[in-house]
Design a protein around this ligand. Sequence first.
Ligand SMILES: *Cc1c(COP(=O)(O)O)cnc(C)c1O
Length: 421
Amino acid sequence: MPYEPPLALHGGTPTRTAAFPSVSDAAGRRLGDEEVAALERVVRSGQLNSTVGAETRAFEREFAEYYGVPHAVASSTGTSAIHLAVAAVNPEPGDEIITTGLSDAGTVLPILFQNAVPVFADVDAATGNLDVAHVREKITPRTRAIIAVHLFGQPAPVAELRSLADERGLVLIEDCAQAYLTRCAPDGALAGTVGHLGCFSLQQSKHITAGDGGITIGTDDALTRRARLFADKAWPRDTDERTHLFLGLNYRMTELQAAVAREQLKKLAGAVDSRCKAAEPLNAAIEALPGLATGATDGATYWLYPVFVDPAAAGADAHRYAEALRAEGVPAVGGYIPRPLYLTPALAERRTYGESGYPLSAPPADVAPRYEAGLCPATEALIGERMLVIPWNENYSGDDVADVIAALEKVHHAFTDAPPP
Ligand SMILES: *Cc1c(COP(=O)(O)O)cnc(C)c1O
């Protein structure tokens, strides 16, 4: 018998004690003199708002050019970028928008704010991304749009969803908050350019950041015009008239955000490349561990690193793996979010507007939706036992990745009694 070091979980020596670079502070971000100079430029100009300054309009032009699309509309957060897209669709109260329960709440809350009803389709158990067949089953005469999330930067099947949307007269919105420069099958198109509208976030934890921030891109003149108006009280500033063409809000990005975002955009390709390169050894290591599978799809850009766990073959579920990894000094969580979005109180208990339950009541819905456990079994299995999520970072060194691999192999070995690879 070779010597088997006991798990830190069982009192053994942890694989690692030093902290990993994290998106929560400077060690895991590429923020430097360029961003500082950009901020100073804006502050000294005295023009901090996009209605008077030039930074936000420049960021929009640069982002649109980067993505090869005619239109980009900046906003205050990723959630607002999605709200702009939903508002551009302009659903009637009670109309339905199909999406996933395995995402950040920012995917779903804007649907409710536009008085539409979120309808949840199940995901593919191998990726956590929407399953096209399940989306198809959920379409009704009241469906107006689909919001697909590229989870953790893995490409969602947006080409198929776009065909489905076109066939049924729906708008496809891509939530790319986790998916900068993700490439999609079959032709490597950039995530965000396959659907009608693509939405990005610049929140602290994303591939690039301005603290908060969002941007919505598209090719359709009418949809993107409506999105732009919605973000600025539907005030048509390109005319001389001070009026409000429809119900809108103030979701404007500030010049300070835009100045930082412009510098971050220059660093995006490098950050994505570093994340992808860092993932390669872990992808290879996981292939050798029975019961574990990677989310290493072609075109993925590794916002977080998902590991798909078959508890029977891997000797434990994802939550137990996460606990053992954390004890080894490697940050990890089981399931990504504690419960599917449809089981959060805002939806499951209809805590929306006063006591009305609106729009999750009938009317305006044809049938009040039931958000309950069992709605999306694959989503619930991933959260409950099958998805292990390891934070990922553009500043991980070879040693950092080697420690992640060593810890994962040690835990896998202990849980399965398999010989070390
Ligand atoms: C972060 C995120 C959002 C929301 O973005 P914010 O900038 O935090 O508002 C929406 N969807 C997904 C998938 C996200 O990861």
